[in-house]
Design a protein around this ligand. Sequence first.
Ligand SMILES: NC(=O)c1ccc[n+]([C@@H]2O[C@H](COP(=O)([O-])OP(=O)(O)OC[C@H]3O[C@@H](n4cnc5c(N)ncnc54)[C@H](OP(=O)(O)O)[C@@H]3O)[C@@H](O)[C@H]2O)c1
Length: 273
Amino acid sequence: MQFDRRHILITGASGGIGSALAHALAAEKASLLLHGRNAQALTALADECRQLGAGNVQTCIADLTTAEGRGALVSHVQRDFLRLDTLINNAGISRFQLFNQQTPGQIEQLLASNINAPVLLTHALITSLLETQGEPPVILNIGSAFGAIGFPGYSTYCASKGALRLFTEALAREYSDTALRVQYLAPRATRTRINSDRANAMTAATGSSIDSPECVAQAALQLLRSGHAQAAIGWPEKLLVRLNGLRPELISRVLRKQLAKIKTFANQPDTGA
Ligand SMILES: NC(=O)c1ccc[n+]([C@@H]2O[C@H](COP(=O)([O-])OP(=O)(O)OC[C@H]3O[C@@H](n4cnc5c(N)ncnc54)[C@H](OP(=O)(O)O)[C@@H]3O)[C@@H](O)[C@H]2O)c1
């Protein structure tokens, strides 16, 4: 894939993984539409991307959980960005909390952000992507290892990422007779502000690794270059995902042994993620 010919929309570009993706694609001279909700962070990121050698760099502020926000982003693409060939659905939120301690509003907000928003944004942009001239169109959805392993304390997040994983797979198969490629990347825990202190403490206490956002960005570029349907990051997570598909009871047994530890971190009714 020649990134310098690509016109790429990154949602959630103002976040940890989104910014690292923007930097990595800018260094490859791609043209970028950087989306987020924080105008100041996006302006600074756009300047950095221009300095790194990106082609055309634009920004768009929009809340993707609202029809108005998605409409504003789609209008920006059609009016100003013109030649979208790559959509990276990266924006998302997380919540590490016992299910019965989450409020209905928090559950709705998470599902609206992590599954409704990318599905509806993809729906609004897919015709433009299919009709794009030049580079073959690509949609890359940023999922999670928790999209394939149900993990205690992350029930709603797992539901959203599992849905995104199957959405990606179905869409890829539905459009496999066109030039459109639909891909899915499953990072494991990554050092960004999406994870609360207690989520990070639980990750450390259970002996799991934490990647840098730059490592995730490089994996995303590798996946885009490869054209493969999906990729996961890190061992033993890749193995655990496979094992969970084949013998879920084995993973249930492992997680049952860690449950008390996980619950000491999850069992805190605060308002953070
Ligand atoms: N970090 C991890 O451990 C990890 C692991 C696996 C997968 N992931 C996935 O990676 C993706 C990026 O996460 P991250 O770690 O980079 O988190 P992050 O630093 O918190 O960034 C999240 C981004 O999404 C944006 N966003 C959230 N809700 C939005 C909404 N309603 N409308 C528009 N934008 C919204 C945020 O905008 P604001 O800046 O305005 O808040 C921010 O730009 C997410 O899909 C996440 O689930 C992360």
